[in-house]
Design a protein. Sequence first.
Length: 398
Amino acid sequence: MRATRVKRAFKYRFYPTDAQAAELSRTFGCVRKVYNLALAARTEAWARQERVNYNQTSAMLTAWKQTEELAYLNDVSSVPLQQALRHLQTAFTNFFAKRAMYPRFKSRKKSRKSAEYTTSAFRFRDGKLTLAKMAEPLDIVWSRPLPEDASPSTVTVSQDTAGRWYVSLLCEDPSVQPLPATDTAIGIDAGLDHLLTLSTGEKIANPRHERRERARLARAQRQLARKARGDGANRAKARRKVAKVYARIADRRRDHLHKITTRLVRETQTIVIEDLAVRNMVKNGKLARAISDAAWSEFRSMLEYKARWYGREVIAVDRWFPSSKLCSTCGSLQGMMPLNVRTWTCDCGTTHDRDVNAAKNILAAGLAVSVCGAGVRPQRRTPGGQSATKQKPLRREP
């Protein structure tokens, strides 16, 4: 497999000075303002059945800077403002391609605070990063080294809801190369009792990070609820405490998923998963909290981009494929099977662990699709009890 040049973002925490924090906060506000103004202009044009592209919004930005009302846009670097217009253009491109919904306005309280700088707006020398409009380099905690002779193409500065500052450097990483091909394949069944069950029989525990922090989270939320809405400083402090608990949960969850997905991609050539509709599943009021804590969508996203990096294959089978009710031994399909049924015995005499059996069926379905193009929905009853998903990959003679 031919090696590809992978661009990878390296994210670090940094501690700005008061002047740098003020400059970045102004930049975040200006980025949000320009994005919203451009979105409003394009929405009005859309109502008139006209289209406004990036070049036209860029010309609008020049005109806005010349007005007395928006003259403060000249006080920050122009590059993040131009990048905001490019991001809006990408959002509209995705919308017209039906890959995303119509772009939404950025909120001062809820939207992510970030600003993107290209090479003309920052200087990176001798391991020190200096942004435009700043006299001093950022105090970055280099928790891991950048690739040798790294030259960042873009730098993104952000602040999360917990008040932590981050800088992300986009660089080419020559260390990301396709791994040697193997003949290994696994099926994965996602769950709540166990986060993942593999077709090999291995079960990966669900850490339930949100449940572990639930008491601390509830305490912080009660303190926030006691603060009057007009009590600015105290309410902001209480809100930040809640955000810190959420950040702690998210950091632990993300770290756990990174370790799992890296291990799976390194060890396995073909990985088969279910195409779960998580957005619909979280509408279940009883399971929404647990499903959100499991972060199945984030797991799939990590698995797919790491597979692209290292030359692996990820196959997603149809979400309606009855993996739990299909016997992985004889292929017969059972009737209704409530969630509280964890083991069951088929008519052929085989006793199945529900999750392991599902993982085996998911693997068989994925291999059938990959090798012979079979569908992943088996027939209700086949004469020999064998479904199309039981087909094995053909072995080619050398």
